[in-house]
Design a protein around this ligand. Sequence first.
Ligand code: NAI
Ligand code: MG
Length: 478
Amino acid sequence: MSKTPITVAKGDGIGPEIMDATLQVLEAAGARLDIEEIQIGESVYKSGTPTGIEPSAWDSLKRTKVFLKAPITTPQGGGFKSLNVTVRKTLGLFANVRPCVSYHPYVETNFPNMDLVIVRENEEDLYAGIEHRQTQDVVQSLKLISRPGSERICRFAFEYARANGRKKVTCMAKDNIMKMADGLFRKTFDEIGKEYPDIEQDFYIIDIGTARVADSPDDFDVIVTENLYGDIISDVAVEITGSVGLGGSCNIGTDFGMFEAVHGSAPDIAGKGIANPSGLMLGSVLMLNHIGQNDIAAKIHNAWFKTLEDGIHTGDIYDEGLSKQKVGTDDFTKAVIERLGSKPEKFKPVDYGEGGGKGLSLPPLKEKVKQKKELVGVDVFLDWEGKPDDMAGILNGATAEGLSLKIISNRGVKVWPDGQPDTFCSDHWCCRFVGQDIDNNAIIEQLSAIKEAGLDFVKTDNLYNFDGERNYSLAQGE
Ligand code: NAI
Ligand code: MG
């Protein structure tokens, strides 16, 4: 059978140790791989490439489209962009899939039956990293949620559930507060969910949802959520399985897949030969399924289960009561290789079927129905120190034709008209001008008038109705 080309990066810290271990197991198991190695991470950052990846490395990734990646160390301090975020966005890896499974009774956990999967949106939300300091006191971080991004990740979650025999998909967001952004995510989940009547569906607000995962993880099956929430809840979920060192994860896009361990480069134990290679080995199992080498994936996964239940444990999970033998990275790897071909007795052996793979092919995005977009005003943000009534006085004498000042708010709270004298006001003011039958010229005139009045505007956000409905938030008290 022909070999599948893949790109491998050994990373930093314990990366080279656990990658060598994983590659040994892949080879011994007969994985049909053609490996290209690239350099990424600390050494590349330090040689003056602020992205941590050489341009030539992209050629390999674009050729193979499959990336097995060891953890890397992101240097502290400004100027270095996270390589993980760069790779995810450049390759369009919109879904981060993190299975969170407990291995009772071989690994200590309060939740012996836990077996859930977090599907985290990987490209949008606050991780767009678009930030501006607009006044001396106020910094803004933009949260962007798109309709196609939400559709893709929700559909992915349902397709993943179907392909993997899972029964329920739970969506989590904070749509009671972020009615538009998280509201869009939830609405899209509900809409796409209708196409999957065979899958049970529910919704939690993210805060209580995270609490429930920490308290009763057995109630969950697949969880789909936005980028930031997914980042947090997946760490909570992996941690309570008893073992951050055992988690593998994959990042999936339409064309590319990146497979890794959940944990980082663990510099505190690097070079000591004691790291647990399980996370990356399980990442490689996800990779084998993705490229259709399901037979090899099952062979490695079953040998790994057998090693665990034989009590051969690395230091991070070693427990006198539960373990038989404490081993380093090399001996753990040898133990897995010796067990290739055997099945676990206590754990349920896995069978990923023949060929085909679990690489999901998603249907195209829904067609966009053009909506009527109507400009109805503008929020102009000002950098200013003073009293709301004084600001209103200045602005009321400086409004453009067709616009009128409706309200002034400060950090989202209405302060004029009829503000509460106790509201704390920062130097960041939002002045809402509204009007009918206006176009962008009215806004340009409004900005000119504000400048003429001697005020400093730091940004604008236009107010739109779509199909006649308001599509901007009201201030608290508006
Ligand atoms: P970490 O996951 O590297 O380590 C946390 C703790 O868990 C440490 O005590 C470590 O010794 C232990 N640990 C982690 N993996 C282990 C394993 N396989 N076997 C045994 N013990 C293990 O997280 P930390 O310390 O916050 O980050 C270290 C570096 O890793 C940072 O530079 C961070 O940016 C980077 N990092 C990289 C990631 C990636 O490349 N995907 C993900 C997370 C962090
Ligand atoms: Mg994280």
